[in-house]
Design a protein around this ligand. Structure first.
Ligand SMILES: *Cc1c(COP(=O)(O)O)cnc(C)c1O
Length: 228
């Protein structure tokens, strides 16, 4: 627990410093504590220490944690999502960060009951173009969004990307900057009838650069929660 508290303090200091460098407020940034590497007990501790948004990247691996902790946390699905898992994922999670194709959007649209509120999603963009990464090509974003805009069960909060794992995180800056530009283009094109405000970007290796480039959601695993 002490070790966890020390890690949190160190990360929070770095977040605040990055905010100060870029003229932003700490309160404009949310943290998803990624608990995929750690057991239930650690997820409960991180919740007790004030992190309300928890992230997992696999179903059904996350099931025990979600069933135990339940709605005391908000659950973020951050990994690649197979269409056949959507039914369970939309039932157990609060937000999806990895909407990256039309078949998946159609499946979400189909699985959300008409009387419930539209499901909050981030659209994943493969800015870096790495073959190993999921996400839309930047050129596909606006046409894709036009289709999603017609799906009334989906609420697009923003864009998400994963930067390449660079030894020097400065190299990832252009990836984050590009995602922010794409968000601006999307809003200028008025594809949705609401403003798309959120940018889910920045992980353990590169979150300070992401903050400087406008991240509103960081997804922090190893650096914050640890890795067992
Ligand atoms: C695992 C994972 C993270 C957290 O990774 P760390 O580098 O440990 O912070 C963030 N986002 C996604 C999509 C992940 O799969």
């Amino acid at each position: 627990m002490q070790q966890l508290q020390d890690r949190i303090r160190a990360v929070e200091n770095r977040i605040v410093a990055a905010c100060e460098r870029s003229g932003r407020k700490r309160s404009d940034i949310s943290v998803v504590a990624v608990t995929k590497y750690v057991p239930l007990k650690r997820a409960e501790q991180i919740l007790d220490l004030g992190y309300y948004h928890l992230g997992e990247n696999r179903w059904p691996d996350a099931e025990t944690k979600i069933r135990t902790i339940g709605s005391k946390a908000k659950w973020h699905y951050i990994g690649h999502l197979q269409s056949r898992k959507v039914k369970e994922v939309v039932r157990f999670f609060d937000t999806i960060h990895s909407l990256d194709r039309l078949t998946l959007a159609r499946e979400i649209q189909k699985r959300i009951p008409e009387q419930s509120t539209p499901f909050p999603c981030f659209i994943q963009v493969n800015v870096s173009g790495e073959k190993t990464k999921h996400g839309l090509h930047p050129d596909e974003l606006i046409p894709f969004c036009k289709q999603v805009a017609a799906m009334d069960r989906i609420h697009v909060l923003g864009l998400m990307t994963m930067a390449p794992h660079e030894p020097n995180p400065e190299h990832t800056r252009k990836v984050f900057r590009k995602l922010r530009q794409l968000k601006e283009e999307l809003n200028q094109a008025e594809v949705f009838d609401h403003e798309v405000k959120e940018l889910s970007m920045g992980m353990s290796n590169d979150f300070e650069i992401a903050i400087e480039e406008g991240a509103t959601w960081l997804r922090l695993g190893t650096v914050l929660v640890g890795k067992d």
